[in-house]
Ligand binder design. Sequence first.
Ligand code: HEM
Ligand SMILES: [Cu+2]
Length: 649
Amino acid sequence: MAVGTYERAPTLERADYASPVASELETIWETKPGIGGWLSTVDHKELGIRYIATAFAFLILGGIEALVMRVQLARPNLSLLTPEQYNQIFSMHGITMIFLYAQPVLTGFSAYLFPLLLGTRDLAFPRLNAFSYWAYLAAGLFMYASFLVAAAPNDGWFNYAPYSLKTYNPGPNMDFYALGMILLGISTTAGAINFLVTVLRTRAPGMSINRLPILTWGTTTTSVGILLSMPAVTLACFMLWADRQFGTHFFDATARGQPLLWQHLFWIFAHPWVYIIVLPAMGIVSDALPIFCRRPLVGYTVVVLGTIATMVMGFGVWLHHMFATGIPFIALSFFSGASFVITIPSAVAVFAWVATIWTGRPVITTAFLFFAGFISMFVIGGVSGVMTASVAADRQLTDTYFVVAHIHYVLIGINLFPVIGGLFVWFPKMTGRMLNERLGKWSFWIILCGFNLAFLPMHWTGLAGMPRRIYTYQDGMGWNTVNLVTSIGAFFLALGILLVLINIFLSVRNGAVAGPNPWDGPTLEWVTPSPPPPYNFAVIPAVASRHPLWEDRLREGMGHSSVHRGLVLDDGKEMLATTVLDAEPDAILKMPEDSYSPLVVAVVMTAGFAGLLLHWWVFSGICAWLMFMGLLVWLWPEPKLGQSARWDR
Ligand code: HEM
Ligand SMILES: [Cu+2]
């Protein structure tokens, strides 16, 4: 649809960030200063940064738990922790890292970057975004509150039945897990819907789907994955809670329930989840690595198709977590085969990154180092993964430290490395200041060495037969030296991460001033000042290629994007809706103002869950009613929404 067929056609103008239009937009979009603004803001940049900061806070908590474990395991027969305390700590470490750090940190990057990458002014549902954030924070605090009553979840991050049932686990530990996971799932689901609609409907004109940055492909793909996988774990947690509170017998073998049913429901969710927490991170690399190789990514199309293929196949391999459970042979063969096949698209992506470096002119920045480190660690983690895809090998390796080594190569290698690299790339955009490169390179080498020192020997610990999840071990098993080395490496790794945090604190105030495009990046976020103004773009850019800012040198399809001349949408808080495939202008969206309702709804919802935990049924009922009221206020039609368009232009 051409612009002219709007009911109200916005004007096409040239405007920069010093123009009168810009200052008008500033007053329309800015958040009130002070605590009120802080609690009610719906600005995706503010919320994205908050998401990342909160995820890093959880990374620190999970890291402290890890170090406590490593002190306990440094020598045989230590008794810093009781067995029960160890169980709670390793469980909360896994839960924290997987659910409260690894996925939310990527949500943070996406919440911050989506509108900037897509050339728009906010996510499609800004209030839902605020709600997702508050619900995530609340779910994290909910689960951590379990430590206050010394009853944290103690059955590992995957929480197998029957140990999770009331008979064996009478305290509230498992209820914290089950209810906390449902709460967190609500936040994640809301986030996924938001990203999907944003990417489908609010891209800059001309950004057809073959021009999307790969990070947006990663998050879009995983958002679909979240919508399809989350119900399984929510259901499983609800059934577990019902078994524990109301005497149902879903997982209770003594009453003809099926403990294995938990494993199926959990892994149908959790194997896709491991792709959910890596595909957007791989997207970060696919988008940012080429900046430092001074050339476009090699094989855009295969990398995108690989991302989607991985997610699809990710739903067909869950049984490889259950090879040792006595499942029929035919199923074992199928899932083993599928687990081998799923490595192919990832391997293709690895070749694409290597080719990009190979044929580019790499600039060795800290970010580049983290991305290169990511590729190498990914290969190691991938190889140990393929090994466990073989049923025979897995029977030997399952539940040993070999698996612990594998998950850390995958999770630290594919999540933490790209995240820190991405932080170095976009911190200047977020704050207007550069991170210190010298300190950054030091932190990279310390993290790389510490990480390998900690986790490479764990493969041997596992081959030597040390089971995972044991709070101590006897002398003379041949495990002493490797464990000591691992513990020392863990502290080096922690030191490296600490240096990154110090870098952040120092650079926020004193870093070199970044300017709009410090790395000479090709995508739309680099058009805006750093940090971007509340409205992101003075005019909505029109995109004609994958690399709008590199067109002069690439002559990509002879495209001519227009970033300083575009549609002016300044009649209130407005965004442009575009069509799904070709991103042609379609409608003008009236965006909501800041609001306390998302916060209020998240808080009463969490209070309601706390009521369920404590069996305060009436209280929970009241909270549900308050939540409904909060939703009414949230959704109450504002006169400004949809009704104030001026038709006279
Ligand atoms: C300083 C860095 C880290 C150290 C020293 C560390 C150490 C450990 C150790 C020793 C265990 C095994 C506990 C046991 O089986 O007895 C473990 C388990 C685990 N770690 Fe880490 N870890 C670190 C970072 C991470 C990160 C960044 C992630 C994910 C993003 C992660 C995810 C996990 C998971 C999922 C488990 C399994 C928990 C379970 O068995 O239920 N770890 N970690
Ligand atoms: Cu898996």
